[in-house]
Ligand binder design. Structure first.
Ligand SMILES: C[S@@+](CC[C@H](N)C(=O)[O-])C[C@H]1O[C@@H](n2cnc3c(N)ncnc32)[C@H](O)[C@@H]1O
Length: 309
């Protein structure tokens, strides 16, 4: 297959990736906000849903949740370490018998018949990692879907401000003393990252027009046997909506999980997160605000689309 499979496999197959991904909400507030939004969205759309296809299901954040709510889930992912971690967590939660685990690439869904699943989900940007096949992949996800589709992809409007902020992730660190290697890296490199930073209008305009995070340098590194960050396609809201409409999806709603939290300084976010009542109320407000079409695309770096067949 094309390089998107090679890239995805090299990145997601790193031995500790499943373990790190399964602990994201322990370390980063933007991940807590995003997960809370997606959970609220999913659980309010389960009427009439028995079978679910989770494309790029990772370590099972949502496949396990849905299995616990009585769905029969097909957990599909390109990475064996991710699947292994998901199986371990599903067993702990007592839902192993509700989930079928399949290793495969989203670029090839030919094994599944039209309308095979009541609901199709693909969260936290697996579709964006299938560049240059992202449009075909969306078409295939719609084809195998019977009733309801929920996709979250990388957002171009959400990503562009990162090009003016080399320490964007620091805003969301829950506990700077936590032993996670990425947290340590963010803290230790912050001063140097700001010191070395230069705003580059050309780099912003390039991503604005081609939508690509990564590009020639990354492709060359992969071809040389390296494993840099993967090449990711970022969508504009109207582009994603148009693609889904052309595939026959109706009643499309877009949202930008993370938009509200993005406006708040770290010290305040940490305070809110450390008080259970404020945290619950804050996450509820985030969900309402981030569901507004006027902020869609601005959240963290994910753009969510929900639609019906
Ligand atoms: C950021 S994780 C999200 C996992 C999960 N959806 C969640 O929200 O917790 C992205 C997942 O997509 C998977 N992935 C990336 N490219 C893929 C592809 N072409 N086909 C299938 N899975 C892919 C990765 O292995 C990884 O598990």
């Amino acid at each position: 297959m094309d390089y998107s499979r090679k890239i995805s496999e090299r990145l997601w197959n790193l031995p500790d990736k499943g373990e790190l991904e399964s602990r994201r909400e322990d370390t980063f507030i933007d991940d807590i906000v995003q997960k809370s939004h997606l959970e609220k969205e999913l659980l309010s759309h389960l009427d009439g849903i028995r079978t679910v296809f989770d494309g790029g299901a990772g370590c099972g954040r949502f496949s396990i949740l849905l299995a616990k709510h009585g769905c029969q889930v097909t957990h599909f992912d390109i990475s064996q370490p991710m699947i292994d971690k998901a199986k371990e967590l599903a067993e702990k939660e007592g839902v192993l018998d509700k989930i079928v685990f399949i290793k495969g690439a989203l670029e090839d869904l030919s094994a599944f018949a039209d309308n095979s699943f009541d609901m199709v989900i693909s969260f936290d940007a697996p579709v964006s990692y299938t560049y240059p096949r992202q449009e075909q992949v969306i078409g295939e996800l719609v084809r195998i879907c019977g009733k309801r589709i929920l996709l979250s992809v990388s957002s171009r409007l959400g990503y562009l401000p990162y090009l003016a902020n080399p320490i964007q992730k620091n805003q969301f660190i829950l506990d700077e003393g936590y032993g996670d290697p990425f947290v340590r890296w963010c803290v230790e490199n912050a001063a140097e990252a700001v010191g070395a930073f230069r705003f580059q209008k050309d780099a912003v305009l390039k991503v604005w027009s081609d939508g690509l995070m990564g590009g020639e340098e990354e492709i060359a590194a992969y071809e040389g046997g390296g494993a840099p960050w993967c090449i990711t396609y970022t969508f504009l809201p109207d582009e994603l909506e148009g693609l889904l409409e052309r595939c026959g999806v109706k009643n499309i709603r877009l949202a930008g999980p993370g938009a509200y939290a993005r406006t708040i300084p770290r010290e305040v976010l940490v305070k809110i997160m450390n008080d259970p009542k404020q945290r619950e109320e804050f996450l509820d407000v985030c969900y309402r605000y981030d569901s507004s079409p006027y902020v869609c695309g601005m959240g963290k770096d994910n753009l969510l689309a929900v639609g019906e067949l």
